[in-house]
Design a protein around this ligand. Structure first.
Ligand SMILES: Cc1cc2nc3c(=O)[nH]c(=O)nc-3n(C[C@H](O)[C@H](O)[C@H](O)COP(=O)(O)OP(=O)(O)OC[C@H]3O[C@@H](n4cnc5c(N)ncnc54)[C@H](O)[C@@H]3O)c2cc1C
Length: 391
C-alpha cells in the first residue's frame, strides 16, 4: 500500500510515522526547498491528546527538552507600571498537559523520527490529481492507495481535489503579522505584551540570543492588501513608542508572515481515497485556534482508522471524519473567543485585561482557570477525543 502525503510540517510526518509502522510505503512531498527546522517559525501548542500522540511516537522527552522557555509575560503600558505574570497562570484554564515549542523545532524532530522510513521530497509539489494518480513537480507519477493533503491553510491538494480556497475560507475579521528583529526592547528572555483597542502585540525571544520575534494581531472587518504599508497603517502608533521601535524593523525583516486570520470550513474533507488533515481540512485560524493539537490528533485518528481497515480506505476516511467532526466543530468557536479575549475592543477592555493580569497570580486555581479558559479553549475541543491504541 502506498500513501502520498503533501506537507512535511506537523500532520504530515505524524501520519507518515504511523502508516510506515504498519508497513505502508509513504512518500511525503514538501513545497519548501528544505526543512524549516531549528529556530524557524513561531511557537505552537500541544495540548492533551496531541501530547499523547507525541508520546506514542517516542518523542516526548525530546519535545519537552526543546520546549520554549517563555515562562513569564510582561504587559508593558506606556507611562504605567509593567505587570508580569507566569505564563503557566495564563494557561491555567487551557490544559493540564501542555507543551509549547517552536513549530520549526517540532517539524525537525518529527522529520528526524521518520526520515529513515519515509521518502521525503523537498522542493516538490503535487501538480495534478486524476483519481488516485498524482503527477509531481519532480516529474514522477504516483499511483497511490491514499492521497493526503497535510499542506496547511493554503493547501494545494484541497485546491486540486475540492476546489478553490475561497469556497472554504471563513474570515474571522482579524490579521496576523509575525517577523524577526533584533532585541531592540532589551526584554531578553521575557515575553513583552502590548494592547490597545483593536490591536495586540507580543515581542518574544527566539532561540537565538539577541533576536526577538514580534507578533501583531489586529482586528478589522475589511480585507486589506498584503503589504508592509498595510501593517503600519493597521497598527499606527496606538501601542506606544516601544512598538514604534519594533515597527521600524519591519522593512528589514526577511521572514515576514502576514495573513488574514481565517478558518477552513468544509462539510466533508474526504473524497474516495483522497483526504485532508490538519489546517488543510479544518484549520481553526492561525495563532488563535490550537491548530497544532488538532493537526497532530487528526493525523493520529486518520492513521488509526486506516490501520483498522487497510483494505477499505474510503470506509476508514468516513470513520476518520466522523471521529473528528465534534472536535472540528468545537474548534471553530475557539478562534473568535480567543480573539475577543486578547484583542480588546475598547479602552475599557484594555483596562480590564490589565486588571485580570494583575489579579491572576493571587487567585485560587479554579478562578484562574475560569478566567483563562477562552470559552472552553483549544484543549476542551479535544476533550471528547479518545485515542485508540497505537495504530
Ligand atoms: C504566525 C502563526 C502563529 C501560530 N501560533 C500558533 C500557536 O500559538 N499555537 C498553535 O497551536 N498553533 C499556532 N499556529 C497554527 C499552527 O502553525 C498550525 O495549526 C499547524 O502548524 C498546522 O499543522 P499542519 O501540519 O496542518 O500544517 P502546516 O504546519 O501549515 O504545514 C503545512 C506544510 O505544507 C507545506 N506546503 C504548503 N503548500 C504545499 C504544497 N502545495 N505542496 C507541498 N507542500 C506544501 C508547507 O510548506 C508546510 O510545511 C500558528 C500559525 C501561524 C502562522
Amino acid at each position: 500500500m502506498h500513501a502520498l502525503i503533501s506537507g512535511a510540517s506537523v500532520a504530515g510526518p505524524v501520519l507518515a510515522h504511523f502508516l510506515s509502522r504498519r508497513g505502508w510505503r509513504v512518500t511525503v512531498v514538501e513545497r519548501a526547498a528544505d526543512l524549516r527546522a531549528g529556530d524557524g517559525g513561531h511557537a505552537v501548542d500541544l495540548f492533551g491528546p496531541a501530547v499523547e500522540v507525541i508520546e506514542r511516537m517516542g518523542l516526548l522527552a525530546e519535545v519537552e527538552a526543546a520546549r520554549t522557555r517563555n515562562d513569564t509575560i510582561t504587559l508593558l503600558r506606556y507611562g504605567k507600571k509593567p505587570i508580569t505574570v507566569e505564563t503557566a497562570d495564563l494557561a491555567a484554564g487551557i490544559s493540564a498537559r501542555h507543551v509549547e515549542i517552536m513549530r520549526g523545532t517540532l517539524a525537525g524532530l518529527l522529520h528526524d523520527r521518520t526520515r529513515k522510513d519515509v521518502d521525503y521530497r523537498f522542493g516538490t509539489v503535487i501538480t495534478e490529481i486524476h483519481g488516485t494518480v498524482a503527477v509531481l513537480s519532480d516529474g514522477d507519477v504516483i499511483s497511490a492507495d491514499l492521497i493526503v493533503g497535510a499542506d496547511g491553510l493554503h493547501s494545494g491538494v484541497r485546491r486540486l481535489a475540492f476546489g478553490p480556497e475561497e469556497r472554504f475560507r471563513h474570515f474571522l475579521g482579524a490579521y496576523l503579522a509575525v517577523y524577526t528583529l533584533p532585541d531592540v526592547l532589551g526584554t531578553g528572555p521575557t515575553v513583552a505584551a502590548f494592547t490597545a483597542p483593536g490591536v495586540a502585540a507580543t515581542v518574544y525571544p527566539t532561540l537565538t540570543p539577541g533576536l526577538s520575534r514580534a507578533l501583531f494581531l489586529t482586528r478589522t472587518t475589511e480585507e486589506i492588501p498584503r503589504t508592509r504599508d498595510a501593517i503600519r497603517h493597521l497598527i499606527g502608533d496606538r501601542l506606544g513608542p516601544q512598538v514604534s521601535q519594533v515597527l521600524a524593523h519591519l522593512d528589514a525583516a526577511g521572514d515576514l508572515y502576514f495573513d488574514d486570520i481565517s478558518q477552513i470550513r468544509m462539510d466533508s474533507w474526504s473524497r474516495g481515497r483522497i483526504t485532508l488533515v490538519g489546517d488543510a481540512g479544518y484549520g481553526p485560524g492561525p495563532a488563535v485556534g490550537g491548530g497544532t493539537s488538532l493537526a497532530a490528533s487528526g493525523a493520529y485518528v486518520l492513521a488509526s482508522e486506516i490501520a483498522a481497515s487497510p483494505d477499505d480506505v474510503p470506509g476508514a476516511l468516513r470513520r476518520y471524519e466522523s471521529t473528528m467532526a465534534g472536535p472540528v466543530r468545537h474548534s471553530r468557536k475557539i478562534g473568535p473567543s480567543v480573539l475577543a479575549s486578547i484583542v480588546p475592543r475598547s479602552r475599557a477592555q484594555v483596562w480590564v485585561t490589565a486588571q485580570v493580569m494583575r489579579l491572576l497570580p493571587r487567585l485560587p486555581q479554579p478562578a484562574r482557570a475560569g478566567l483563562t479558559s477562552f470559552g472552553g479553549g483549544p484543549a476542551a475541543m479535544l476533550d471528547g477525543l479518545t485515542l485508540k491504541s497505537s495504530p
